[in-house]
Design a protein around this ligand. Sequence first.
Ligand SMILES: Nc1nc2c(ncn2[C@@H]2O[C@H](COP(=O)(O)OP(=O)(O)OP(=O)(O)O)[C@@H](O)[C@H]2O)c(=O)[nH]1
Ligand SMILES: [Mg+2]
Length: 317
Amino acid sequence: MFIYVIAMKKKPIGWLSKGKSVVIMGLDYAGKSSLVNRWTRGVVEKTTTTIGLDIEHVEIKHNKFNLIDLGGQQPFRITIWKTYAQMAQGIIFVFDITDRLRVKESVEWFWKIVEWLREDAPIVFCANKIDLRKEGKKDPAMSLEEIIKTFDLERFSQEEFVQHSFRIFEISAKEGTNVEESMQWIFGRVIGAQEKSKIQGVMIYSIENEELILELPLMKGYDKIKEDANLIDIVEYNSKLFDKSQSTMQYYEQENIDVYVFAREGYICLLVAEKEGEYNSIRIAGQSILSVVNVLDQEGELSTEQLNWVIKESFGA
Ligand SMILES: Nc1nc2c(ncn2[C@@H]2O[C@H](COP(=O)(O)OP(=O)(O)OP(=O)(O)O)[C@@H](O)[C@H]2O)c(=O)[nH]1
Ligand SMILES: [Mg+2]
């Protein structure tokens, strides 16, 4: 098998350019190259099995990406997949919903990939070839429920995998169904992850003790912005608004910055961010900080040093 594959090699492997890499994986014949063709060129040309890998260079919102389409045949799985999974900033996993015979194999490889990934890499699961779901006759294709159950995809809602953004799309590379949607989602997540550093500073205030328990500048220039923004006023206004049991999020637009206010379990957390940052990563950051604050406080170990460390580790300075 391996010799056969090498002998077929007839084109040079693409090159990796600067920028983040999004990697497409899945068994051979799943439709990975068809998905790339459909998305980048709007057509599905006749594909041949991918030897090694192909790289497309794409640009989204001024971000450059390598879109790496890996060969799905067994020899590539056991040789190059791990390396590319480890370097991926995002993963597109493609599954052929008519390939019942190899479902078990696909499930095994899927979870191997998840193990290799960086723990915060987003994953989009593309259940491909939905155009082959014919009404009327006995349906050989797998339903969404069946796929979620067989691949055990509900694990992504559990604590263990909460760092991975995960989404499943039913797509048809052939007809273009959900192709744009799934690609927008994964690249949006990868760009979002990149924008975590747009958070400039963090403040945490205890509603119960009515005191500021942490103020952390994460970027230069935060102090000046603080004066402009009257952050303390925002905190005080919100602390009057909410009691301990409430959980909420508010958003204030200032001249130079955006301010996100999260309130939960007796605390208010303010995130000062650059204008027009990616909302989702800020929301995740705010909620994570409050969870950490709450746990540390319950253990009676809430120290500024510890919080500084947690926040810097998680969100970068
Ligand atoms: N009906 C249907 N056929 C599809 C669809 N997507 C891909 N195919 C077909 O599935 C076959 C395999 O597609 P490829 O895109 O080459 O598969 P691949 O995952 O890149 O395979 P490897 O490169 O070998 O790993 C081709 O005959 C495609 O025309 C789809 O959405 N619907
Ligand atoms: Mg291919």
